[in-house]
Design a binder for this molecule. Structure first.
Ligand SMILES: Cc1cc2nc3c(=O)[nH]c(=O)nc-3n(C[C@H](O)[C@H](O)[C@H](O)COP(=O)(O)OP(=O)(O)OC[C@H]3O[C@@H](n4cnc5c(N)ncnc54)[C@H](O)[C@@H]3O)c2cc1C
Length: 512
């Protein structure tokens, strides 16, 4: 039997980054990942293949009404970051404080922005974030500049940013994780296919995801090994029940068990909770780390939606993931409470637009290529609040149930209205005869890509699952290092906070 110092389960934003942080220590580290390496193949950049779910899990989860649904989840080395858009934003200082919202109060974090700031610096450096500080008034203070300047906007996006600025708002460049040779940006962005950056795997490895940055970096060290196609089924405790000692996985239909001094769960907020619940034993009848009864509870996913703004002005941009509008993050003159963030997203493919806009479409006989060549695509994010009844459960066979009912929808609707107001005004500024039309939808039950909160951290073992170092209150050597630890979700994309936290916890693990 081989004994490892650390086992890390999962290779996404949390697990991949932690592996990178621990690797140089020389400690014996085993990484267990349920997925395989995502194949490099022509379908990586095939919008139809990707939209048909080529890289998505076929696993189905059940909702509150026992209905099966297909979660937008990707099980590969690198986890969901293989598909992510690489928008790496810091939470705002106010996100760490208790804040009133339309539907209640979002709780304070036990640590504050200042505690995370140095780790955000390091995470931005590790993931080669390209951005410009000082454009966005809601941006939290930072001691360092972004590691690299923002990618230049394409002409249509530059014009749009200027028009939005003329309306009195503060569009800024979305901070983006991308590994570019700095002397060849133009040609490299062409080669990378920036049109298919957001929501697609990147076979060139330029997208700074947790596979190419975290895991590949960690595997440079001979003390680190990775086993793929190992789904963790159960974490086992020793006879005292105070320590975990091993992980049982399934591999090609057989069970294997691996032993370590410290075990870190980083399976993503839903799967981490499910694994802890499935690890119930005599000493921990309600699941591991669950004396509070909070494992799986307070699931948040954000109120996310896609808005396609069509106008008569052509938008030939290839790389459209450009503009962030955070002016409504803390509210608006007509909104006392926070609304959220508006970002561009990758450009919708004409073929996929048929599905996206469906019967709502009034294209006046124009074809989809025309339509796609005139829309600007946006992703809007409003905060959802942690509620105990929004939770992950497992059934008697270990399968996942996700009970989630959206809340704080007023913020989402008002944010949507703000975007419409801005883009209507843009049409006025441009003097285009045809008024702007809007298509899109709010993400439904499968839209769990921003999942977080199922094992919140805190100081009180009755009110939280993890302590301030993300160690389970109930166990001496079990950690959870992914988006599960969030006490609240803010309204920015979650990965950078998971990465920064992984670096923070990693430093603690090495000190101890
Ligand atoms: C299309 C898309 C676009 C996105 N864009 C952005 C963006 O621009 N910016 C941003 O910040 N976020 C974005 N996200 C969200 C981001 O990907 C996640 O927030 C982030 O990956 C979460 O990190 P994590 O470590 O918590 O979990 P994950 O990245 O999901 O990693 C969990 C890992 O654990 C593995 N695993 C799960 N269960 C088990 C098990 N039982 N045993 C072994 N291994 C297991 C999984 O295979 C996976 O590798 C996007 C997501 C998607 C899907």
């Amino acid at each position: 039997m081989q004994q490892f110092d650390f086992i890390i389960i999962g290779t996404g934003a949390g697990g991949g980054t932690l592996a990178h942080q621990l690797a140089p220590s020389g400690k014996r580290i085993l990484i267990l990942e349920r997925g395989d390496f995502l194949p490099k193949e022509k379908e990586n950049w095939d919008p139809i293949a990707v939209a048909q779910g080529r890289y998505k899990t076929t696993e189905l989860w059940r909702d509150r009404n026992q209905q099966l649904f297909s979660p937008y989840q990707h099980y590969w080395v690198g986890g969901n970051t293989k598909m992510y858009g690489g928008a790496l934003l810091r939470l705002r200082e106010q996100d760490f404080e208790a804040r009133p919202h339309f539907d209640g109060v979002s709780p304070a974090w036990p640590l504050k922005y200042a505690d995370f700031a140095p780790w955000y610096d390091q995470a931005e450096a590790l993931y080669a974030v390209h951005g410009t500080r000082g454009q966005d008034p809601t941006e939290p203070p930072a001691d360092t500049d972004y590691p690299f300047p923002a990618l230049p906007f394409e002409p249509r996006m530059e014009t749009l940013a200027t028009q939005i600025r003329q309306q009195g708002y503060h569009p800024s460049a979305i901070p983006l994780a991308i590994r570019l040779p700095e002397d060849a940006q133009g040609s490299v962005t062409d080669r990378i296919n920036m049109e298919l950056y957001d929501g697609y795997p990147d076979p060139t490895g330029a997208k700074a995801d947790s596979h190419v940055v975290g895991i590949q970096g960690a595997l440079q060290h001979p003390n680190v090994s990775l086993l793929t196609n190992r789904k963790a089924l159960k974490i086992n405790t020793d006879s005292s029940g105070k320590r975990v000692e091993s992980v049982t996985v399934t591999h090609n239909g057989t069970e294997e068990t691996y032993f370590a001094d410290t075990i870190v769960v980083a399976c993503g907020a839903v799967n981490s909770a499910a694994l802890l619940l499935n690890s119930a034993n005599e000493q921990h009848p309600n699941g591991l780390a669950n004396s509070s009864g909070l494992v799986g509870r307070n699931l948040m996913v954000h109120n996310n939606g896609i808005v396609l703004a069509y106008s008569a002005t052509p938008n030939p941009s290839k790389f459209q993931k450009a503009i962030l509008i955070a002016d409504f993050y803390h509210g608006a003159p007509d909104s006392l409470y926070p609304l959220g963030s508006i970002q561009n997203m990758g450009k919708a493919d004409p073929l996929l637009l048929i599905d996206a806009v469906g019967d709502d479409m009034d294209t006046n006989g124009r074809d989809m290529d025309h339509f796609a060549g005139h829309i600007v695509d946006f992703f809007i994010t409003a905060e959802d609040l942690p509620q105990p009844e929004n939770r992950v459960l497992v059934d008697e066979t270990g399968e996942i149930q996700v009970h989630y009912t959206a809340n704080n929808l007023e913020a989402y609707q008002r944010l949507h209205a703000k975007l419409v107001q801005i883009m209507d005004q843009v049409a006025e500024q441009e003097g285009v005869g045809e008024s702007t039309k809007y298509y899109g939808f709010k993400l439904g039950s499968g839209g769990v890509s921003h999942q977080n909160g199922t094992c919140r951290f805190g100081t009180d073992p009755k009110e939280s699952v993890l302590d301030l170092h993300c160690k389970a209150h109930d166990l001496d050597n079990l950690y959870v290092v992914d988006t599960s630890f969030f006490p609240s979700s803010g309204a920015v994309n979650p990965s950078l906070t998971a990465m920064a936290n992984a670096l923070r916890v990693g430093a603690h693990l090495l000190e101890n």
